[in-house]
Design a protein around this ligand. Structure first.
Ligand code: NAI
Length: 287
């Protein structure tokens, strides 16, 4: 079984929550893991080494191989230094799990440009920075596995998370193109929207509900997607509570107008335009 044995995988934000579970599972399966974490609070403030160090210690105590990295993925330099940690420690990089994240929730009217930007910087730019720094290595070796950690907040929307939802669906958009560009280099790019009890979700649901969502349940799907076994690319999965769904965009049959329609004609056809009963998986008409 090729799996992830001896593969070098970077997990960003792996000092706690879901990222820690991804790192533990990958190490158990024989991967050499770079445990990245800035070590700050849920809103992105502060930093420290103890979170990443604790996970590395845990992996080593269980007989696994891991190294800590404390760089912020939100900067180009931080991401480059993270890739360098993988190269210096293990001589290669084969997989990236873009998991690091922060929250700055507030209803849209109260959302400051700073709260919008801070979330894009970590989730969207952070995933770009790390993936971009790894991309050349993946192309050169003709192998790479990338998992974008997205969210149902981006796929479906969630009150108070316009900044977060925009960043998370942006990652699916980035994945769609990278799946195409990575095809001839055996670079597979997929997205996972986890649902799990972590510090991020601690105050948004009842303890009873969260009990059914251990983060360890998400890890095997992420582990499979970064493994050599995975041959799929450009797919999105919602994973949590023991369930795995694949999510995809569908498009209905187009309503055709022989000439530029009037507003009246649009109104008359609106129920047909919005009817999804005959929908099929969407394809890029320009692609
Ligand atoms: P978490 O807060 O425990 O994990 C996020 C980690 O990222 C933290 O350890 C934090 O220190 C680290 N981090 C933050 N900014 C960083 C930066 N600039 N550079 C490096 N590391 C940084 O929360 P959780 O729930 O484990 O979240 C992990 C990922 O899963 C996030 O991307 C989150 O948006 C996503 N997610 C989680 C869901 C859930 O149900 N818990 C739902 C949907 C998505």
């Amino acid at each position: 079984m090729p799996g992830v044995t001896d593969r070098v995988v970077i997990v960003t934000g792996a000092g706690g929550g879901l990222g820690r579970e991804y790192a533990l599972l990958l190490a158990r399966e024989g991967a050499q893991v770079v445990v990245n974490d800035l070590g700050g609070a849920r809103d992105g403030s502060g930093s420290g080494h103890s979170m990443a160090d604790a996970v590395v210690e845990e992996i080593k105590a269980a007989g696994g191989t891991a190294v800590a990295n404390y760089d912020s993925v939100a900067t180009v330099e931080g991401a480059q230094s993270l890739i360098q940690t993988a190269l210096d420690s293990f001589g290669a990089v084969h997989g990236v799990v873009n998991n690091a994240g922060i929250l700055r929730d507030t209803s849209f009217g109260k959302m400051t440009p700073e709260a919008f930007e801070a979330v894009q910087r970590v989730h969207l730019f952070g995933s770009f920075n790390v993936t971009h720094a790894a991309w050349g290595h993946f192309r050169e070796q003709g192998f790479g596995r990338i998992v974008m950690i997205t969210s149902t907040s981006g796929l479906y929307g969630n009150f108070g998370q316009a900044n977060y939802g925009a960043a998370k669906l942006g990652l699916v958009g980035m994945m769609n193109t990278l799946a195409i560009e990575g095809r001839k280099y055996d670079i597979k790019v997929n997205a996972v929207a986890p649902i799990a009890a972590t510090r991020m979700t601690a105050d948004i649901a009842s303890a009873e509900f969260l009990e059914k969502l251990p983060p360890a349940q998400v890890a095997p799907i992420v582990g499979y997607l970064v493994s050599e076994d995975n041959q799929d690319s450009g797919m999105t999965f919602v994973v949590g509570g023991g369930a795995v769904h694949r999510v995809q965009l569908f498009a209905n049959k187009p309503v055709l107008f022989s000439a530029v329609p009037t507003l009246d004609e649009v109104r008359e056809n609106w129920s047909r335009i919005t009817d999804m009963s005959d929908a099929q998986p969407g394809v890029n008409p320009a692609g």
